[in-house]
Design a protein around this ligand. Structure first.
Ligand code: NAP
Length: 300
């Protein structure tokens, strides 16, 4: 449970554009705590999603028109797949209130700054952000209030961003339970390529490889999945549109990390072929060390 403070709301009106796992977690926290925003307004593309939001009671108001959702909001958070950001930014930009903070939760940061940055009107503060928290589930039912607790949120404000707006965005995420770090957007994209985007690419690929096997072996794959394959299938269950957009919007960094990975996989293949036991043992030991350090840092 996120700590309930019930103090002065940070924002008068928070508009969430997109209300899947991440947006609906923020909405739940805002509705429960009361000190994130006095009013929560939600936009999505479909009435079905918006009806569900009202059923769940995770917004004060829903709007099918993004322009209507952001009007009068002092904080607007883009929570849709990153491939939709350019179009969404164009739709909302003329309606953003002067002095408002425009932020986002997108998994790629250079593309967001490229797509949204030029459309941000004078007097609106653009503070890109990325909470490093997630599950394989999507949609408004998937969110929960503890998603961000003890997880990092990375802020990547462009040079010259008002420090007060950055601090207010950081405070929003602190109230969601997050720890904050500020990062240069290019660095963010490289780090995320290795810790998140490449592992997802490998998981989607290995599931495809297993699925391509002959029928008999395919049945055995699901039957005996607990031996390791199961962990890949959990990651591979993630939303296809979200991940399509992440891959296409972090193309360079992802391809660079994939290249490095393929070289290392080749080296491992060579060690297996030539019976290089100490190489194999060394690699496994390094993997164990990384896992131990994650456990020590409470990020496991
Ligand atoms: P999700 O559960 O798949 O939900 C996407 C939401 O956006 C839905 O409410 C969808 O509703 C709406 N949507 C889709 N296209 C839209 C558009 N063009 N305009 C307005 N709304 C639109 O998504 P998510 O997992 O919360 O991810 C949202 C963002 O957070 C993405 O940018 C992702 O990169 C980032 N992120 C995700 C994770 C994760 O692990 N899932 C972690 C950190 C950051 P309708 O279909 O009704 O429009």
């Amino acid at each position: 449970m996120v700590e309930t403070v019930g103090g002065e709301p940070l924002f008068r009106r928070l508009a969430l554009i997109g209300i899947g796992l991440i947006g609906s977690s923020v909405a739940r926290i805002a509705m429960e705590r009361g000190d994130l925003a006095a009013e929560v307004v939600v936009n999505a593309r479909t009435q079905k999603t918006l009806d569900r939001v009202m059923e769940l009671g995770i917004a004060h108001r829903v709007e099918i028109d993004p322009a209507a959702a952001v009007r009068g909001a002092d904080c607007v958070m883009l929570c849709a797949p990153v491939g939709a950001f350019a179009e969404l930014a164009a739709a909302i930009a003329p309606h953003l209130a002067p002095g408002a903070i425009l932020t986002d939760v997108g998994s790629t940061k250079q593309s967001v700054i490229r797509d949204v940055g030029p459309l941000v009107p004078e007097g609106v503060h653009f503070v890109p952000a990325h909470p490093l928290a997630g599950t394989e589930f999507s949609g408004p039912d998937a969110g929960f209030t503890t998603l961000f607790v003890n997880r990092w949120t990375l802020l990547t404000p462009p040079a010259g961003t008002d420090p007060e707006a950055v601090e207010k965005t950081a405070e929003l995420w602190r109230r969601c339970g997050s720890m904050i770090e500020t990062m240069e957007p290019g660095h963010h994209d490289r780090v995320l390529a290795i810790v998140s985007h490449l592992p997802h690419l490998i998981a989607f690929t290995i599931c495809g490889t297993a699925d391509d096997l002959a029928d008999e072996s395919r049945q055995q794959v699901t039957k005996f999945a607990a031996s390791g394959f199961r962990d890949f299938t959990r990651i591979a269950a993630s939303d296809p549109v979200m991940w399509r957009d992440v891959f296409l919007n972090n193309r360079e960094a992802l391809l660079e990390m994939l290249q490095r990975f393929m070289e290392d996989a080749q080296a491992m293949a060579r060690a297996v072929r030539w019976g290089d036991a100490s190489y194999i043992e060394d690699k496994v030991e390094r993997g164990r060390k990384i896992r131990r350090s994650l456990i020590e840092q409470k990020q496991a």
